[in-house]
Write a protein of this length. Structure first.
Length: 141
């Protein structure tokens, strides 16, 4: 029997929903996706180191850009913590729903890539510092 690990897309949607709820939003929006992305990037850069995180994000962006070309407008800025630059401009140019879809795709791709490296069940554990994420046991008994 195996432990069920959250799928990358489900994990992404939960992070975005948590960000929306923590910021008083009634629904998921591009701002919540932006907050969730920033939190996940910050936490993963702490866990993986700047070089490891930058490599992961660069790969995830290049893959997600195939379906969401607007992601080419995102640039990673490094200060004390990583920052996704260009998101406000993207929302102004393309609208919140398209940016939201692109960010979800980027996060899901990033979590999927990381899951292949360290195991799917470990990815939510790295992100627990961002927000508590429930995992479910399936087929356990």
């Amino acid at each position: 029997m195996r432990t069920y690990a959250l799928g990358a897309l489900e994990l992404t949607r939960r992070l975005v929903a948590n960000a929306a709820a923590q910021n008083g939003a009634t629904g998921v929006n591009a701002r919540a996706s932006h907050i969730a992305s920033e939190r996940a990037c910050r936490d993963l850069s702490r866990s993986l180191g700047v070089a490891g995180f930058t490599a992961l994000l660069t790969r995830a962006l290049s893959q997600a850009e195939l379906d969401h070309p607007l992601l080419k407008g995102i640039h990673l800025g490094h200060g004390s913590e990583p920052v996704l630059n260009g998101l406000d401009d993207l929302v102004a140019q393309h609208g919140g729903s398209k940016v939201d879809a692109g960010l979800e795709s980027m996060l899901a791709t990033m979590f999927g890539l990381l899951g292949r490296l360290i195991g799917e069940d470990m990815v939510p554990r790295l992100l627990e510092r961002v927000a508590p994420i429930e995992t479910h046991d399936k087929d356990r008994g």
